[in-house]
Design a protein. Structure first.
Length: 475
C-alpha cells in the first residue's frame, strides 16, 4: 500500500503498533503501552489492516457527516473521519469538540506575494478548544488512555501541548468514572504566559524544570517509566493519528482536491510526520491520486531539521537513515552548549522526537526544508494579523517559509498552497505587543526597533481636541 507499509505481517486484529525500522519491524498490540520499540529503540507506527476495515470508496462520504453535526462524533473534526483512524469503538472515542477549523482564503494582495489570486490558503488551527492544533492529537491519545485505564497523563511542553492536555484531562474521566489527572513539565522561563495560564487554570500539576524542552522531554520519559504515567507527547503514536485529520479538513475545504504544497512549521515534527502518514495512507487506499509537496519551516534558532536535511543531506532512505550522523550532531550541540532559541517558542526544540518519521514524510511527499529568522517570523505574523487571523509566532513561520520558497523559485506563482497556522494569537500576546512596541526586535546598540508592519500605540493628552486631531490625522 505504501513505501513504509511493505511486508506487513499477518494480523489477527485490525490495528497494531509496529517499529518503523524495516529490519526490525517488531509489533505490539494496541493494548500494550509502548512509545518506542523495545527491540531497537526506534519510533512506532499505528498500522491498520485496511482489508478488514470498512473504508469508504470516496472522500466525499465524509461530507455527509456534517449534516449530522448534532451528534458529538460527527461534530468532531477528528472523529467524523473515524474510518481513517479506527482506534476504538464509537462509544470509547473522546471528544471535546475539537477540529472545528475551516480553510481560510486570505487575499494574496494583502500578503504581498507574487502568486496568482486565490492560490494561498490558511488552515487556521487556532480555533480549536484550547487554541492550537494539539487538540486533534489529544482526542486520539486520550481515547487510548481511557482504553488502557491510565488516569495520570503527562507531557513535556513548550506550551501548547500542556494547555491541550490540561483541558482534556479536566473534561475526561476513565470508564469507571474516576477523574483523570494532568501532569506537565515546562522549562523554567521557556513558556509563553498565555499557554502556561491554560495549564494552570485547567488544574494540571505543573512542574517547572530547570532546563529547556529537550531536558523536560528526557525527564518526563524517565518519570513516566518509573511512575506509570501515560505519556502524551508526540512520541506517542496515537497523537499523530489525531493530527492526520488536519489534512483531511484541508482536503475537505478544497472540495477534496489535493493542493500542490503544504507548508508547516517544524518543531518536534509531529505534524510533519502525521501529514506524511495521512497522504500516504490516502494514496494507498485509492482515495487520492496524487501527493502534495511538503515544505517544513524551521526557525533559524532551532534549525536541526534544516541543518541535517538541507546542509548535511540526511534522508529517510527507505528506513535506513543515518542515526550515527544524527547522534553526532546532537553530541556537537551538547559540547558547544548550544540550545534552541527563538521567539517562536512552540518550535523551540533542538532534538525533535519525530525526526525519523519527518524524514519519511519528506521522502514520501518530495519535500523540502528551509529556515527563517525571528525577524521574518514576526513580520509575517503581523501580516497574517492584517488579514484578520491572529496567530502565535510559530504559525507565521509557514508564511515566512513560503515567501522564501517563492523568491527562490521553488514554489511557482500558479501553485495552490496551504499554510498551517498552528495556534491562536492569544497564545503569546507578549510577542505581539513586543513587536508592535519595538520591544521584541531589540538591538543593543540601537535600542528598541519597530518592525515594518508595527502598529504602535500612540500617546495623546486627555483632551477632546487633541484626541479628535489625532484620529483625523491617522485614520
Amino acid at each position: 500500500m505504501s513505501r513504509w507499509a511493505d511486508n506487513i505481517a499477518p494480523m489477527t486484529e485490525t490495528a497494531h503498533l509496529r517499529c518503523i525500522r524495516p529490519e526490525c519491524a517488531a509489533t505490539y498490540t494496541l493494548d500494550e503501552i509502548a512509545y518506542a520499540c523495545r527491540s531497537c529503540g526506534s519510533l512506532l507506527d499505528v498500522v491498520y489492516d485496511w482489508d478488514k476495515l470498512p473504508v469508504p470508496g470516496t472522500l466525499r462520504f465524509f461530507s455527509e457527516r456534517w449534516a449530522r453535526r448534532g451528534q458529538p462524533l460527527d461534530f468532531s473534526g477528528v472523529w467524523r473521519f473515524r474510518e481513517l483512524l479506527p482506534l476504538a469503538g464509537d462509544a470509547d472515542l473522546v471528544t471535546i469538540g475539537e477540529g472545528q477549523t475551516l480553510l481560510q482564503a486570505p487575499k494574496v494582495a494583502a500578503l504581498d506575494l507574487p502568486l496568482a489570486a486565490g492560490r494561498v490558503y490558511f488552515q487556521y488551527e487556532g480555533m480549536n478548544p484550547s487554541g492550537s492544533f494539539k487538540d486533534n492529537g489529544m482526542a486520539a491519545a486520550f481515547t487510548m488512555a481511557r482504553r488502557l485505564g491510565r488516569g495520570r497523563v503527562a507531557c513535556a511542553s513548550t506550551g501548547n501541548t500542556s494547555a491541550s492536555l490540561a483541558m482534556y484531562a479536566a473534561l475526561t474521566s476513565l470508564k469507571d468514572g474516576r477523574p483523570m489527572r494532568g501532569i506537565v513539565f515546562v522549562g523554567a522561563g521557556k513558556i509563553a504566559y498565555g499557554k502556561l495560564s491554560q495549564a494552570l487554570d485547567s488544574g494540571a500539576l505543573t512542574l517547572q524544570i530547570d532546563g529547556d524542552f529537550d531536558a523536560c522531554m528526557k525527564r518526563i520519559r524517565e518519570v513516566a517509566d518509573r511512575l506509570g504515567l501515560y505519556l502524551m507527547n508526540s512520541i506517542n503514536p496515537f497523537r499523530l493519528e489525531g493530527q492526520k485529520t488536519i489534512m483531511y479538513r484541508v482536503l475537505e475545504g478544497l472540495g477534496w482536491d489535493v493542493p500542490d504544497w503544504i507548508v508547516v512549521p517544524g518543531g518536534n515534527l509531529g505534524n510533519t510526520s502525521a501529514f506524511g502518514k495521512a497522504f500516504v495512507e490516502l494514496k494507498g487506499l485509492g482515495l487520492i491520486t496524487k501527493m502534495p509537496q511538503l515544505a517544513v519551516v524551521n526557525a533559524a534558532g532551532a534549525n536541526t531539521l534544516n541543518e541535517l536535511v538541507t546542509r548535511r543531506g540526511l534522508k529517510w532512505n527507505r528506513g535506513h537513515w543515518e542515526q550515527p550522523a544524527v547522534d553526532g550532531f546532537y553530541d556537537d550541540l551538547t559540547k558547544a552548549g548550544k540550545k534552541a532559541q527563538t521567539v517562536a517558542t512552540a518550535i523551540e526544540i533542538a532534538r525533535p522526537v519525530n525526526l525519523p518519521k519527518a524524514l519519511r514524510a519528506i521522502e514520501a511527499m518530495d519535500g523540502i526544508v528551509c529556515e527563517v529568522s525571528d525577524e521574518q517570523i514576526l513580520e509575517e505574523k503581523a501580516r497574517i494579523g492584517r488579514c484578520g487571523f491572529g496567530c502565535e509566532p510559530a504559525s507565521a513561520a509557514s508564511l515566512a517559509g513560503l515567501r522564501q520558497l517563492v523568491s527562490r523559485g521553488v514554489v511557482d506563482r500558479d501553485a495552490r498552497v496551504v499554510c498551517i497556522l498552528t495556534g491562536h494569537g492569544l497564545k503569546d500576546p507578549g510577542a505581539t505587543v513586543g513587536y508592535h512596541t519595538g520591544q521584541t526586535m531589540m538591538d543593543e546598540s540601537a535600542g528598541a526597533q519597530l518592525g515594518r508592519l508595527a502598529n504602535q500605540p500612540l500617546k495623546v493628552a486627555d483632551d477632546l481636541e487633541a484626541i479628535c486631531a489625532m484620529i483625523e490625522e491617522r485614520a
